[in-house]
Design a protein around this ligand. Sequence first.
Ligand SMILES: [Zn+2]
Ligand SMILES: [Zn+2]
Length: 437
Amino acid sequence: MPIDNSLVREAKSVIDDNQTPQAPTGTHDLMPPESARWESLLGLFANLSHRYSFGLVHTPMFEDVRVFQRGIGEVSEVVSKEMYEFTDRGGRHYALRPEGTASIVRAFVQHRPTTPFRAWYATPSFRYERPQAGRYRQHHQVGVEVLGSDDADIDVEVIALAQRFFEGLGLKSFTLSLNSMGDGACRPQYVEMLRSFLAEHQADLCEEHAKVYAINPLRVLDCKKDACQEVTEKGPFLEDVLCGECHDHLARVEEGLRQEGISFIRSPRLVRGFDYYTRTTFEFASDALEGAQNAIGGGGRYDGLVESLGGPPTPGIGFGIGIERVLLACDAEGVFVVESLPPVAFVVDATGGDQARRITASLRAFGISVDRAYDQRSMKAQFKAADRSGAALALVVGDDELASNSVTVRPLRTQDEQITITLEELFERVRKTGRIL
Ligand SMILES: [Zn+2]
Ligand SMILES: [Zn+2]
């Protein structure tokens, strides 16, 4: 029997007595300097969300498993095969969040905020899938949801926010695909058309869909196999049978995007399989990433989702963006290179540390980033640490400085002369100018 490598890897990740603990398979530790990029990315997203008048929502990392079963669909791959489920000590059946939307909708149903409710989030999410590049068992998402309006202008705003975010990261090679899923008035009829069309071509479908196409014919449109794609190319498309309202909605979204200067392609294959997805659906794909792993974000309208979680009929729309995947796209394009910022100054105190304590505390209170040496190390060791920190300036306290309550400001990265000033002068200068030199 061939050896399944994934099982070998798994076995290795189990901790035994002779091994130091490792992060769980399919997860990663985020640490400096890489984390500086995340800080910057999250700041950019928070800033944009604020500009578009979204408020931050944090929900628990785990929910009653039914939130995801109803909110994503019990038969979906994610819910049936990939969820981390557990029973707590009180016997409650929970699951770790596999995506961002269901929890926000659950919170909306619970708290009934005024509408339109505009939420943004940044969250880890958990899926038990085979680890590979850009796919993790704990990955991270940013996203937005708007609940309580079916105005097409909101669709435009939501798509525009995602677009501006990608642009803000410096990405250039990406494509926006747009489609309409129709609604309760026009989609059922289309699904029937598609089902009977697929029945006629059943023998030509891929192995899987030849068997199951009838259960959810929309899924076949989404199939990446050549066989299914060849069949559906000739098939009926939803855009040809959209009802008047869905047609007008889509037209207004398209017009809004054009007005925003956002280019898009109409993609009849872009479908989402569940009944509560309606009308607008969209996806951003990076041209710099390979094949099936090139989606960097996507979303759409879900005018039936709130009801499926026990709320009143409420339209909604949102998107999710995978942070790890987006950063892969940034790497592929060579953009969004973020250096972690070193401290501005590093205090070198050869007189015991009291002055170092005072200087760091005061400068930090003025908003200056400062580091210092500890453990009463030698002057030489302290200067080494100052150099390693990347700080532009060393603030040196020796016996002379201690006696005159002053500090010597020594540039570490330039040939500029060092100066000695009293602490009073130093703090006054920082208070006035926000700078040390
Ligand atoms: Zn197929
Ligand atoms: Zn319709």
